[in-house]
Design a protein around this ligand. Sequence first.
Ligand SMILES: [Zn+2]
Ligand SMILES: [Zn+2]
Ligand SMILES: [Zn+2]
Length: 305
Amino acid sequence: MDINTMILVLRSLGDGEIKPRIKNLGLIYEINDMELTLEKINEYRENELLLPVSRYSYPACSTCNSTALHIIFECPTCKGRMLTKHDMIVHYECSYIAPADEFKSNYADVLYKCPKCGKQLSKVGIDYGRPGFGFRCEKCKFITQYPVIRVECDNGHTSNIYDLNMVIFEGYKVSDTVNNLAGVYEELVTAAKMLKNYGLKADVLCKVTGASGAVHIIPFMLKDEMNLIIDYIPNPNDAMQWFKIIARSIDLANALSIVVTDKPIDAHILTTFNTSRIRVIYNKDGLRLSELIVQEVLKMVEDQV
Ligand SMILES: [Zn+2]
Ligand SMILES: [Zn+2]
Ligand SMILES: [Zn+2]
């Protein structure tokens, strides 16, 4: 914010006060040092990049469900929040309790003197006690070791600690889709670069919205004249993976799918889908995936001409 804007903002404040306020992000997910919001996580989950594996519960504001909470100490007598913390001394004879600093005497031979009754304190445990730390309310001067603990959310709602709600969030692991893609990502990028030399534009890891409104993450897609999708399934005999590819091919009705596999596919799985819309290429010669993709795409482009 530049200084001109700042001056306008300050002027708009009028008689209002600028108060310090504890703000934090509330709940976020973190991968290494990267922070992901709940919205991002939900998006990845919908795209089946993440799978929920566990559940965690957190206290949340009972008014707005915010998880960005901080603790407030209140004076039990006047509800004031301006508390200070001190090492305390109590004078047994007159029961006066106050911060140790207030008992310091001005005389070299006397360490402590009671500011209330004026008597000297000589023996700890006999004349006076050291109960430890306590809190003093700066409004009403009440001293306590147990301030009232309340909780405030980042939207400013205050509540008693046991009135908080509990909200549940899931923990996630990356899915097989991500692991499969991560393993061949470099190869897909290489294939896209090679095809560019032939004037063909390919996208790696792009998002496409289907007829149902669902968003699909496509590993490799050739857009221009034909909508060609390339998937890589190292183990082609897991029926679940085919189910996803078949569902996607119904949702993306004008796209053709090529599925590259490292193993031959079972004949009975082949019968479950329309082979004119989904073609399976078994990489039996162990070609690099990038070479195989370029070879297949160029063959198809030739066939079209
Ligand atoms: Zn709230
Ligand atoms: Zn008070
Ligand atoms: Zn005293």
